[in-house]
Design a protein around this ligand. Structure first.
Ligand SMILES: *Cc1c(COP(=O)(O)O)cnc(C)c1O
Length: 427
């Protein structure tokens, strides 16, 4: 029995499913999850001492590579001064100023500890500001696991959502309407029928939780126009895309200003920091200034903020995103070429340091096309890659992440592993 196997057996006795977040359990791809002992640059090592090239990067945060010396130094220095005070620090001001500088649509920001918390708080604020209850989200987008976001589309178009989790009251789900991503006509319809009841539209402007899916520019522009016309809050959930697809997030790529933005992942550099922010007139409704309550014992934690700040400094170095984009593009082009050589139905896409691979002929343009991909094929490919030391996200419906430490040699090694993986699929 490997160390991973015995740790997994043990973990399942004290923790449901043996993991603290479900996708880690490998349920979708089968097999034993790897228990990680340490990470450095583009690599991590499991409990059996095996090294992997990591394409999850902690699901996004590890954009500068694991255990970056500057980040570790900043964390150690902060930790030496005490771990948490429950009183404000200058570091939180610096972090807020940095976020407002890098994402101009954010005039004021509040720090929290997880993306879930950030999205949940931002939606409460949007409801408080507008005095309306209904929120629109899109099928396949993930906004954390607050009750009102664990919903799927109802039985007909433009009906209210049904819970996707036990424990979510139908009475909560009924305030969320779930529409199709990239379907502008449907969104027009929804606003036409009930525009005066919609508090907010929340969207991943580059979706990364149903694999990578680009919004069309027209879709986001329609959303912007409708929200403005009807007095609804346009909320970009950039927990994943923020500082990942570009320094200014997806909103800088599309040139669209949301009213509010939700951030997480990269901004904590691997420690728990998330944030929500936007128009100052809206943010001023938050406690202690306004009537919308929100709070957190560990919000703006000094050690976490130190990790986040040093990460935000590194990503502003000249050429950082050019290099990240080039390496990610090199990876997906190499994978596509390797698939083509064996006649595998495969496509891939990349934006900044984020990529998607699809076992389908063409890059999907909507949720239905993503769901139609060949999941069995992905699972075989995933395990062939894993066996040879390349760690992809353990699900056909997750995006991949490249760090600044994924050098040419690392990408080349990945592509050569992929060549033999595709060959295995065709043997
Ligand atoms: C990861 C993610 C979240 C949730 O963040 P957590 O820190 O896991 O709670 C919310 N929205 C998006 C777009 C995400 O990718």
């Amino acid at each position: 029995m490997s160390h991973n196997d015995s740790l997994f057996a043990r973990a399942q006795r004290s923790t449901p499913g043996g993991v603290n977040s479900p996708v880690r359990a490998f349920r979708s791809v089968g097999g034993t999850p790897r228990f990680i002992t340490r990470a450095e640059g583009p690599y991590f090592w499991d409990a059996d001492g095996k090294r992997y090239i990591d394409y999850i990067g902690s699901w996004g945060p590890a954009i500068v590579g694991h255990a970056h010396p500057e980040v570790i130094k900043a964390v150690q220095a902060a930790a030496a001064n005490g771990l948490s005070f429950g009183a404000p620090t200058e570091g939180e001001i610096l972090m807020a100023e940095e976020i407002c500088k890098l994402v101009p649509s954010i005039e004021m920001v509040r720090l929290v500890s997880s993306g879930t918390e950030a999205a949940m708080s931002a939606l409460r604020l949007a409801r408080g500001v507008t005095g309306r209850d209904t929120v629109i989200k899109f099928e396949g987008c993930y906004h954390g696991h607050a009750d009102s976001m664990l919903v799927k589309a109802g039985s007909g178009l433009l009906t209210f959502g049904n819970p996707t989790s036990s424990g979510v009251p139908a009475d909560f789900a009924k305030h969320t309407m779930v529409l199709d991503y990239n379907d502008s006509a449907q969104l027009e319809d929804a606003f036409h029928q009930m525009g005066d009841r919609i508090a907010a539209v929340i969207v991943e402007p580059v979706a990364g939780n149903m694999n990578l899916l680009r919004a069309t520019s027209e879709f986001l522009q329609t959303m912007r126009r409708l929200c403005t016309q009807h007095g609804a809050v346009l909320m970009f959930d950039e927990v994943m895309s923020g500082f990942r697809v570009a320094l200014g997030g997806a909103q800088s790529l599309y040139g669209i200003q949301p009213d509010m933005t939700v951030l997480g992942k990269v901004i904590g550099g691997g420690l728990p920091v998330a944030a929500f922010g936007g128009r100052a007139d809206m943010m001023k409704h938050l406690a202690p200034l306004g009537s919308v309550y929100q709070a957190g014992t560990l919000s703006g934690n000094p050690v976490a903020v130190a990790a986040g700040m040093s990460t935000l400094k590194i990503i502003q170095q000249p050429g950082f995103y050019e290099k990240l984009g080039t390496q990610t593009r090199k990876l997906v082009d190499g994978l596509s070429a390797a698939a083509k050589d064996v006649g595998e139905a495969f496509s891939a896409d990349a934006i900044g340091g984020m990529f998607g691979i699809y076992f389908s002929e063409h890059v999907p343009e909507n949720y239905a096309q993503i769901m139609a991909g060949n999941k069995e094929r992905f699972n075989q490919f995933f395990h062939a890659m894993l066996d040879d030391g390349v760690y992809l996200a353990p699900s056909a419906f997750e995006a991949g992440f490249v760090s600044a430490m994924h050098s040419d040699a690392v990408i080349d090694e990945t592509i050569s592993v992929a060549r033999s993986a595709f060959a295995k699929l065709h043997s």
